[in-house]
Write a protein that binds this ligand. Structure first.
Ligand code: 2CP
Length: 681
């Protein structure tokens, strides 16, 4: 948190260089446009997508009919990682956290009846950006919308995937080339399409405080500017189509200050590089309320949290906003919760008068001072990154991961010791709590449907044309000057699938696999004064004495789920409590887990899943391990697990389930009880 004074006065802002600047004027700290929301309110853009193209299309149409002003597509994990729905590695994850898209035919179904020349479409895609962007362009063409008319945004921000979000396919260097190819191509052919959404959101979700979130976002943006400018592209030609994306959490004042500081620092950066036009210098951004701040306990409290966060986004001057649904810590939003989330924005826009004044916090002694402090803190981080040799070097050295994970651990320790209040979780806990209904997806049905569609596509297309286009794409990947998006468009137009395009590229660029790490020591240090923590450590120590060695836990990530904040925090907590802990690589298969379990005498197996695929993936794993392993190991599952799935997991052989909101001592205490029981049996 940026440091606060008890009160602020004119003395705090007298020295500030930009205190007399106006909205719509460089350095744009006060907003990118003069009139801001008086001229056009921010775009209500709810991130949506589930099951198949038809179901998502219906949800899009409903969104637009009920006041949504733009679309934002959520793809499933198989699509993100470049797998067709019939790929063996993808089976459990198809259609769970977003819509399954295998070909241009799916993309056409997704936007059927929606005028792509009028509605702007954002697509959160990074790893498989080439086939998805290509499918969107070809779907537009085939529905009669010329490329120049297409409006929207592609996320196309691969660097943060290696740092936090983990939906990468290729290694950082070839991935950067793909990003630059996309920007290069779109800046010529789709002048109304934002070619990047450089994202801080996922840093915040992974644990970064606002200043670190902004610093990492700007550091990544600098790397993209370097890569794109190295091709000789003029900043004034492409920069206005690089957009940004930030998370907005509960730290109300800091979040507003962060968004104001972001515009200041971006303007300084592009000016320093020689940009001349205001268009290039003014940062435009999308914001999303924090998913991490949502609690599974008393979920209706999340409506209040989201409203406060949305207000911070708006006071910060965002151009587009997603408000989370209150039930997202439990499952995918229901129709009702999605409607409430959207209405939160409509009420802010239409009932409050918030849109009447540009930058209403401008001139506040406190806010101007905090904005400056935030900018200084970010500059300091950027200097540290420069000293490490730039963001790619900082990534490779482990610095980025250490910063984010360190802040996540500090936050968790403060939640667990009560210093960081969360109502309904560590204060004023209710024991009489009704859980709302959650949305269930029939992923098996979608899987079958997608398989049949893929088969039909392959039976009816011109195979020779597809093979030739894919061979050209492979050849292009070997040639540094070819534009890979141009070649992917030809393959997609010929009816190559997303998975086939990815395979064609993988012939030249191997699939990237990162190691999993956690920090030891930091969580325990933060809790060293805390009697509850000492008592749980004594419990582990007693069990250690009984076993004759430290209890040993293997924590695993299965399927295609790359969210690893939770598993890393639990690993650190267990380690500092006295366990020996290993984490599996992301995307482990049951066979890999079995090999890890065979290699060392583990007592506990923890499975972390946030993708909704817990039932099939846990079942597959436990079937592979067999009854003897389940009897011997304490098996626990953590993540987004709806209450109604817990009995099925227990029947499979899971000993304990930890949905979001459990304290570290609750997890450890239950785990020790399970292990002690198994040991004595
Ligand atoms: C807007 N315009 C204005 C004004 N407001 N002109 C004058 N005065 C104003 N007050 C103009 C703009 O310049 C633009 O024209 C046009 O109106 C549209 O406005 P915009 O501000 O560009 O809004 P937008 O079309 O909604 O675009 C907003 C963003 C865009 C931020 C630039 O990149 C975007 O929509 N991003 C959303 C990203 C997203 O949905 N991400 C989802 C993440 P011109 O275009 O001619 O300039 S999901 C995350 C999950 C969690 C995940 O990643 O896993």
């Amino acid at each position: 948190m940026v440091e606060r004074k008890p009160f602020y006065s004119a003395d705090d802002i007298r020295h500030l260089e930009y205190q007399h600047s106006r909205p719509g004027e460089a350095p744009f700290l006060r907003g990118p446009f003069t009139q801001m929301y008086r001229h056009k309110p921010w775009t209500i853009r709810q991130y949506t997508g589930f099951a198949n193209a038809e179901a998502s299309n219906a949800a899009f149409k409903q969104t637009l009919a009920e006041g949504g002003q733009g679309l934002s597509v959520a793809f499933d994990l198989a699509t993100h990682l470049g797998f067709d729905s019939d790929h063996p590695a993808a089976q459990a994850d198809v259609a769970r956290t977003g819509v399954a898209i295998d070909s241009v035919e799916d993309m056409k179904r997704l936007f059927d009846g929606i005028d792509l020349s009028r509605v702007s479409v954002s697509m959160t895609m990074n790893g498989a950006v080439l086939p998805i962007m290509a499918a969107f362009i070809v779907a537009g063409e085939e529905s009669g919308v010329a490329r120049e008319q297409l409006r929207g945004t592609i996320q196309n921000d691969i660097l943060k995937e290696f740092m936090v979000r983990n939906t990468y396919i290729f290694a950082p260097k070839p991935s950067l080339r793909i990003c630059a190819d996309v920007v290069d191509y779109l800046s010529e052919a789709l002048p109304n399409f934002n070619s990047m959404s450089i994202s801080g959101y996922h840093f915040q979700e992974a644990g970064a405080e606002p200043a670190l979130e902004l610093a990492l976002t700007l550091a990544n943006a600098r790397a993209y500017l370097d890569a794109i400018s190295a091709r000789g592209l003029d900043l004034d030609h492409f920069c206005h189509r690089l957009s940004f994306f930030f998370g907005v959490g509960m730290n109300f004042f800091d979040e507003i200050a962060k968004l104001r500081a972001a515009r200041l620092l971006w303007c300084e950066e592009v000016e320093r590089r020689g940009a001349r036009s205001d268009r290039a210098k003014r940062m435009k951004m999308h914001c999303q309320t924090s998913g991490w701040s949502l609690t599974a306990q008393e979920p209706h409290n999340n409506l209040i949290r989201t409203t406060i966060e949305a207000m911070a986004g708006v006071f910060g001057g965002t151009q587009s906003l997603h408000t989370n649904a209150y039930d997202e810590a439990l499952s995918l939003p229901t129709e009702h919760s999605a409607r409430l989330a959207r209405n939160t924005q409509l009420i802010l826009q239409q009932e409050t008068g918030i849109c009447d004044v540009a930058d209403p916090w401008g001139g506040s002694y406190m806010m101007e001072s905090l904005t400056q402090q935030m900018a200084d803190k970010v500059r300091d981080y950027l200097r540290q990154i420069d000293a490490l040799g730039g963001i790619l070097a900082a990534l490779e050295s482990g610095w980025v991961s250490k910063q984010i994970h360190g802040q996540a651990l500090r936050t968790q320790s403060r939640i667990d010791n009560g210093q960081h209040p969360i109502i309904g979780v560590n204060r004023f806990v209710s024991d009489d709590e009704a859980r709302p209904p959650v949305r269930a997806i029939d992923a098996g049905e979608v899987l079958n449907q997608q398989r049949q569609r893929l088969q039909r596509l392959k039976e009816t297309r011109d195979t020779r044309r597809v093979e030739a286009a894919l061979a050209d794409l492979t050849a292009a990947a070997a040639s540094p000057t070819a534009n890979l998006l141009a070649f992917t468009i030809e393959a997609i137009r010929a009816r190559a699938t997303l998975g086939e395009c990815t395979q064609a590229l993988l012939k030249q660029m191997r699939r990237h696999q990162a190691d999993a790490h956690y920090l030891a020591g930091l969580y325990g240090i933060e809790r060293r004064q805390d009697t509850q923590w000492h008592s749980i450590r004594r419990e582990v120590e007693a069990y250690h004495q009984q076993l004759g060695q430290a209890p040993r836990a293997l924590l695993v990530k299965l399927g295609l789920d790359g969210h690893d904040r939770g598993v890393r925090v639990v690993a650190s907590g267990l380690k500092d409590a006295g366990f020996d802990v290993d984490i599996s690589p992301l995307f482990s298969t049951p066979e890999q887990v079995q090999r890890m379990l065979d290699a060392a005498p583990y007592d506990a197996l923890g499975i972390s899943l946030l993708s909704g695929a817990h039932l099939p993936l846990v079942e597959q794993l436990l079937n592979t391990l067999g009854q003897e392993a389940c009897d011997r190991l304490g098996v626990f599952v953590g993540g987004i697990i709806p209450d109604q799935d817990i009995p099925a997991l227990t029947t499979m052989g899971v000993d304990a389930v930890f949905p979001p909101g459990n304290s570290m001592e609750a997890i450890i205490s239950e785990l020790i009880a399970v292990l002690a029981e198994k040991h004595s049996a």
